[in-house]
Write a protein that binds this ligand. Structure first.
Ligand SMILES: O=C(CO)[C@H](O)[C@H](O)COP(=O)(O)O
Length: 284
């Protein structure tokens, strides 16, 4: 099932939404899916407190409001939130570091669920551990809610670079690579042979402009997640459409110039060095 959904998502933009109204804006802009969450990451940062799975009522209303796939987030290790999301008929579960982790040591055993999972990763070892646990999609973590793309770029470059290195690693050295990365040997062998992850790899965290989204696509991602960048900007409708067009035309600077014009204020952004919480460091 996840393969059919994944095909529809490839090359697209998945937008974080907190209300049915925002979900409609995302769908009208051309998002391939929406991600239901209680607060966009910029608000989670500002307001603090424990961030949890959304209210099931809001999730149901979001599902009723749109015809595109609806994803929703549970806390790292919180398999009961995941069970609830599965019972709600969500299309994808995001075991997300953006919410406050429920378990510092163990991620969810995703093989126990019919619903596919997406998980965050900062490097190839982390991505392969999540896939080993059953994730059907990876998204590089970035630093969500900052409007600062630098960490997303770092994580995408790290994963892509490690994939390239593995593709050039002799077979007899692969077990050592698996040991060093803390990743399942079978998955290390797959990446070395195929030169890619066995699941789609989207980028996320800190995307604020159409150019940010296109940059991550040019670096080799299969699509982009955007949250705060759209709904904390001054004109979410226009920016949402622009980001979708930028991702569809990521290699065309003329289109990128056109869609970047007159978008109003981007979200307020944060410098990584001044952050109190680094969400990307949650999970392992
Ligand atoms: O885990 C996520 C994917 O849904 C985040 O919500 C995503 O990283 C959004 O971050 P930002 O608000 O910086 O766009």
């Amino acid at each position: 099932m996840s393969n059919q959904i994944n095909e529809k998502l490839m090359g697209g933009v998945i937008m974080d939404v907190t209300t049915p109204e925002q979900a409609k804006i995302a769908e009208q802009a051309g998002a391939v899916a929406v991600m239901a969450l209680e607060r966009v990451p910029a608000d989670i940062r500002k307001q603090g407190g424990v961030a949890r799975m959304s209210d099931p009522k809001i999730i149901r209303e979001i599902k009723e409001a749109v015809s595109i796939p609806v994803m929703a987030k549970c806390r790292i290790g919180h398999f009961v939130e995941a069970q609830i999301l599965e019972a709600l008929g969500i299309d994808y579960i995001d075991e997300s570091e953006v919410l406050t982790p429920a378990d510092e040591y163990f991620h969810i055993d995703k093989t126990k669920f019919k619903t596919p999972f997406v998980c965050g990763a900062r490097n190839l070892g982390e991505a392969l551990r999540r896939i080993g646990e059953g994730a059907s999609m990876i998204r590089t973590k970035g630093e969500a809610g900052t409007g600062n793309v630098v960490e997303a770029v770092k994580h995408v470059r790290t994963v892509m670079g490690q994939i390239r290195d593995l593709a050039n690693t002799p077979d007899e050295e692969l077990m050592s690579a698996a040991k060093e990365m803390g990743a399942p040997f079978e998955l290390i062998k797959y990446v070395a042979k195929e030169g890619k992850l066995p699941v789609p790899n989207f980028a996320a965290g800190g995307v604020a402009t159409p150019a940010d989204a296109a940059l991550l696509m040019q670096l080799g991602c299969d699509g982009v997640f955007v949250g705060s960048g759209i709904f904390k900007s001054s004109n979410p409708e226009k920016r949402a459409k622009a980001v979708v067009k930028a991702v569809a035309n990521y290699n065309n600077p003329d289109v990128l110039a056109k869609v970047s014009e007159d978008l109003g204020e981007a979200m307020q952004s944060l410098e990584i060095e001044k952050l109190e919480d680094h969400y990307a460091e949650r999970g392992w």
